[in-house]
Write a protein that binds this ligand. Structure first.
Ligand code: 1GP
Length: 240
């Protein structure tokens, strides 16, 4: 597998990446074909699959269906261990380093090992930081962690750097799905300046302008979920 290497080479060439996030709890199987067809015709480069409240087995069936319709890499972005399926290509092996809940720093990872070894999934260790955005998001509720306040830019940047120094391969700054405000441009640029690994930005990005602002500030890969769920016409604006 070479999904991470492809992210690195795009980053080196300053080519921007876009992941369409599909929440298995919200996507109906019968709609996958038309949704993915639109994603294929857009500038999207990755399909991410994951959510906060997903029942066992649902992700497996969903990913199998997605794979029938696309050649884009399908990357798990799991809210829990039961969302791991070997039908995907890769997994962001997330450590919620903004928080202080040991479950999301090591316990879930141990629990995941039997599902990961021999799965064939490309495992990408990812430092995941939840940044406060003005409302309580699902990540905060499920993980029972506090987000880092948005004005604590130095702490955000040092936390991201600590993730890199621990050997994590990607840093993901998360405002939370449906966030009122996406991650601020000045937070993105500060973190980007400090990092030598690719930077993912997600949460609350609802249109092309906000997406481009994130890229301009230094995002290498932007993740968008809600804006595609709400209206697939958003794909029209993002045609290749
Ligand atoms: C959530 O970062 C992702 O984990 C995407 O958020 O649904 O707000 O696009 P949205």
């Amino acid at each position: 597998s070479n999904i991470y290497q492809n992210i690195i080479s795009s980053t080196t060439k300053n080519e921007k990446l876009l992941a369409v996030l599909i929440d298995p709890d919200k996507m109906e199987l019968s709609k996958v074909s038309s949704f993915i067809t639109k994603a294929n015709q857009s500038v999207a480069t990755h399909i991410f699959v994951g959510g906060s409240d997903v029942d066992e087995g649902v992700t497996d069936i969903l990913v199998s269906e997605i794979k029938k319709h696309t050649n884009l890499p399908v990357v798990l972005f799991p809210g829990d261990v039961i969302q791991i399926t070997d039908k995907a290509d890769s997994i962001l092996f997330l450590s919620l380093i903004s928080g202080r809940n040991p479950d999301y720093l090591i316990s879930k990872h141990i629990e995941a090992v039997p599902r990961l070894k021999n799965s064939g999934l490309e495992i990408i260790p990812t430092g995941y930081l939840l940044i406060e955005n003005g409302k309580v998001t699902s990540v905060q509720r499920v993980s029972e962690t506090k987000p880092i306040p948005r004005n604590h830019v130095q702490i955000i940047s040092d936390t991201a750097k600590a993730g890199e120094l621990l050997g994590m391969k990607l840093i993901y700054l998360e405002a939370g799905s449906g966030a009122t405000h996406p991650i601020d441009a000045h937070i993105i640029s500060k973190v980007k300046q400090e990092l030598n690994i690719p930077l993912i930005i997600g949460g609350g990005i609802r249109n092309k302008t906000e997406m481009e602002e994130a890229y301009k500030a230094g995002a290498d890969l932007v993740v968008i979920g809600t804006a595609f769920e709400k209206g697939e016409t958003f794909f029209e604006e993002l045609k290749k």
